[in-house]
Design a protein around this ligand. Sequence first.
Ligand code: GLN
Length: 297
Amino acid sequence: MSEATQEQWTIKRLLDWTSEYFQKSEGNTSPRLDAEILLAEALGCPRIMLYTRFDEVPEEEKLARFRAWVKRRGAGEPVAYIVGYREFYSLRFEVNSSVLIPRPETEHVVVAVLEAVKSVGGNPIRIIDVGTGSGCIAITLAKQIGDAQIAATDISEEAIAVANSNAIEHRVDDRIRFFQGDLLQALPAGSQPVHIICSNPPYIGTSEVGTMDGQVKDHEPNLALFSGDTGLDATTRLIDSAPEFLLPGGYLIFESSPFIIQQAKELVIQNAAFDSVEIEKDFAGHERIVMARKQDT
Ligand code: GLN
């Protein structure tokens, strides 16, 4: 893009050039989409509008912003951190490099919780979201379940700040309380037991790091991604401590990786506090969500 040519840098040409450039960068699986999102954001217009403005030549200031972003993206930085947001469950969440970028598969956690809500019948429903990150699960649930009372924890103070700002943005800050600390231990002693505990804990093993995409491992927070050598550490502690915070008949619902989900299921089966456990698949057909029910008495 820097080499001067006779031709003008119209929107169409910018998009074509940039998608081709991204295509060549390692690990970029959505070159055209990334180019469109960055250009739309730089121009301050909805992405779809780019197609009606193909022949326009953006003003220099906006072009300069776009060029700087293209460079960052080309070096592997995720688009969500560059533009500062990501969509999850049709809601927009502010993100920065101190929180995990919400993933589409995590929407299955929300769906599983909404399903469980039907059978636990609390009024109001009380939920804990463990390791809230951007707050995407807790906030989506607060939007979906009108009177839900939610507690959300995270070990990272910076993440809590992002989640809190997202809760305010989505006007659910009056129904979500944030606690900084490790998993469920972040909650004050003697907290009221809840109907549902949900989580997308870190579940990648440090031994897998060599196989990972640089875009993820070099840019997203390690704390949000990794949990011990096999990836099971946080999950194990979550399963051990959840019964103490759950009402009888309540659910522990968490995301996992297809590599360790059977081990996670086995840990639930071995724990006498739970009386049933199920695994749900994600849209890609991978085993992804564990739903464990605490026994009634
Ligand atoms: N709950 C957040 C999410 O699902 C953050 C999860 C994490 O940091 N592991 O995106």
